[in-house]
Design a protein around this ligand. Structure first.
Ligand code: DI6
Ligand code: FE
Length: 413
């Protein structure tokens, strides 16, 4: 009489659905799977028959906590080389500008990245991405942005596809079209933006290599006007948009993101009340990136209380990148966001599940454990989902299921 392919029993489930406790906790629970989708989830006592009669395969969860797979909605995991020397210079007091002048900064990563093939880029990213997966990530956003020329940016997006294949994990590719000015356009900003708008964005859209376009709207990067040209081009080519906004200054990046209906505005340390209001009106997700805040020793926190009061969905991501956030653990990012920005446990949990799914335009398929959504989930050696953003550096992930299939217990490398 088997109705379902598999059923997990002897589990406690935090569905991640919005509700009174903020976690959707079901103590004595069961979860059924058919194919790569959740078929049923609820209190085990509500099952219509014994598990053995209902499913071809019964898994015992050992009383463990089961949550939605975590979603890292903002990473720059693909790059060549590293920036450990930058970090050493910074902790000795060198400024961003001094480090760049000494050959560091984004341009040093660009130089290392341009020399690698797509295959080599994917290979270099494997251990970093595997570490994210070992701590419970089941969907990963990956940005380009270290090529700064058409060929290398497209190569980076191809590497993102290869990385997803190698790890058999869903990668959501984002073209970070305006990240830094390449040396060859040092005296021709407009010419570079023309190249991005007229060639790079159309090529990435035509090749189906990116889901969204992202821009770095910042005093050390690109102006709101330059960013707006790229966002308009993205929309014209049917791509979604995201904005690195108000990280080091208030250039109105959040309001610009909202004006273009962005999936998300990210960083937000300097976002104004008007920017918060704009995000609330547009429905964009506020993505907080506590790794960069920590590693840059920033002092200005994002306006969490205002975002909360305005009902802006808040997500948390690693911003894994070599220069400002070499963070390979999403649970650690949650702990940092709670300790530094004052998120509640429930906000941190939503921030890496349903709100992170929304920041990638995937709210219809994942981020919550409910019938019809993807069977992406984790079993944890944690007593309660509030521990997810509590331990510093201990993820506690016991097992990962992606698309209904139990994955090899990947170890952190
Ligand atoms: N914001 C950041 O903090 C990173 N990029 C961005 O848009 C910096 C990336 C790097 O320094 O390599
Ligand atoms: Fe970033």
């Amino acid at each position: 009489m088997s109705v379902w392919d598999q059923i997990w029993t002897d589990i406690r489930v935090a569905t991640g659905a919005p509700g009174d406790d903020g976690f959707g906790l079901i103590e004595a629970a069961a979860l059924a799977i058919t194919g790569d989708r959740i078929a049923w989830v609820g209190a085990a006592g509500d099952l219509p028959a014994a598990p053995q009669q209902l499913a071809r395969r019964v898994h015992a969860g050992g009383g463990r906590l089961l949550t939605p797979g975590l979603i890292d909605c903002h990473t720059h995991v693909l790059f060549g080389g590293d920036r450990a020397l930058d970090f050493d210079l910074r902790t000795q007091g060198a400024s961003y500008a001094e480090i760049a002048a000494a050959g560091g900064g984004i341009r040093s990563t660009v130089a290392h990245t341009r020399h690698l093939s797509a295959e080599e880029l994917a290979q270099a990213a494997l251990p970093r991405a595997a570490a994210l997966l070992a701590d419970g990530v089941t969907t990963l956003e990956v940005k380009s942005g270290y090529g700064l020329d058409v060929a290398t940016e497209l190569k980076m997006l191809e590497a993102a596809r290869l990385l997803g294949e190698r790890l058999d994990v869903e990668i959501v590719p984002t073209l970070l079209a305006l990240h830094a000015l390449p040396p060859e356009f040092a005296n021709d900003r407009a010419g570079f933006v023309d190249r991005v708008v007229g060639e790079l964005i159309p090529a990435a859209a035509a090749a189906g290599l990116a889901v969204a376009v992202d821009v770095f709207c910042e005093s050390i990067a690109f102006t709101p006007g330059e960013c707006e040209r790229a966002l308009a081009a993205a929309c014209a080519h049917g791509l979604a948009v995201k904005v690195h906004a108000d990280q080091l200054s208030d250039l109105g990046g959040a309001a610009l993101a909202a004006r273009y209906g962005a999936l998300s505005a990210d960083h937000l340390e300097y976002t104004s009340p008007a920017g918060v209001e704009a995000l609330a009106a547009s429905g964009s997700v506020a993505v907080l990136l506590p790794g960069a805040y920590l590693m840059l020793a920033e002092t200005r926190r994002p306006p969490v209380a205002a975002l909360r009061a305005a009902g802006v969905p808040i997500a948390v991501a690693t911003d894994l990148n070599p220069g400002t956030s070499p963070c390979t653990s999403l649970p650690l990012a949650v702990t940092l966001a709670r300790a530094q920005f004052g998120l509640t446990a429930a906000e941190g949990f939503a921030g890496v599940t349903r709100h992170a799914a929304r920041a990638l335009g995937l709210a219809g398929s994942r981020g919550v454990l409910a019938a019809g959504l993807r069977a992406d989930f984790c079993l944890w050696d944690l007593a309660h989902p509030r521990e997810l953003g509590y331990w510093l550096g201990r993820g506690g992930c016991h097992a990962v299921v992606r698309g209904g299939r139990l994955r090899p217990t990947t170890t952190r490398t």
